[in-house]
Design a protein. Structure first.
Length: 178
């Protein structure tokens, strides 16, 4: 039986267009999932090292969107748009990510949150429309390194949350000295 992507294609048909990353995070699955569901969390960890995020609008529901700008350390602003395509708490999120609502080069990502004892294994599978767009993301935008840094930021953020007995969120911005 062939495994299929969220777009219905056999998984082997997308291999040259995809990036797959995973990370084990020392926090409960529900907390890791929650970090993706509320903008107050996302703005604290989203993006590679040195980047910050400003949200224009955020509606976490199937068909809803997150319209935001990522600010690079060199001062470059990157317009971003995510549309939530599937949400299965606390197991799975599928999304379409591009520069705008109608971006023809938008890519699909599926995030799987797997409980692993007291930890969570997060698997992020991203499929681009073409091999060339995947290669550009890897070579020009350093998608693999940036993705690994983003998952590292997430892991550090939820570890802080899970250690915080009062439930309050720390106020030190991502990348700032504590």
């Amino acid at each position: 039986m062939a495994t299929t992507s969220s777009g219905g294609e056999p998984e082997h048909a997308t291999a040259d267009r995809e990036i797959v990353m995973s990370r084990v995070i020392s926090a409960p699955r529900e907390l890791v999932f929650e970090a993706f569901t509320q903008v107050r969390h996302l703005s604290r960890w989203w993006g590679p090292e040195g980047f910050s995020t400003s949200t224009r609008s955020f509606e976490f529901r199937v068909g809803g969107a997150w319209d935001f700008v990522m600010h690079g350390p060199d001062g470059t602003d990157y317009q971003e748009w995510i549309t939530w395509r599937e949400i299965v708490p606390p197991e799975r999120i599928a999304l379409l990510h591009g520069e705008s609502r109608d971006d023809p080069d938008a890519f699909e990502s599926v995030l799987a949150f797997e409980q692993a004892g007291d930890e969570t294994r997060l698997v992020m599978r991203t499929v681009f429309p073409t091999k060339e767009l995947r290669d550009e993301a890897v070579e020009k935008y350093h998608a693999v390194e940036g993705g690994e840094q983003t998952l590292r930021n997430l892991a550090a953020y939820v570890a802080d949350l899970s250690r915080n007995d009062t439930g309050r969120i720390e106020t030190t911005p991502k990348g700032a000295a504590s």
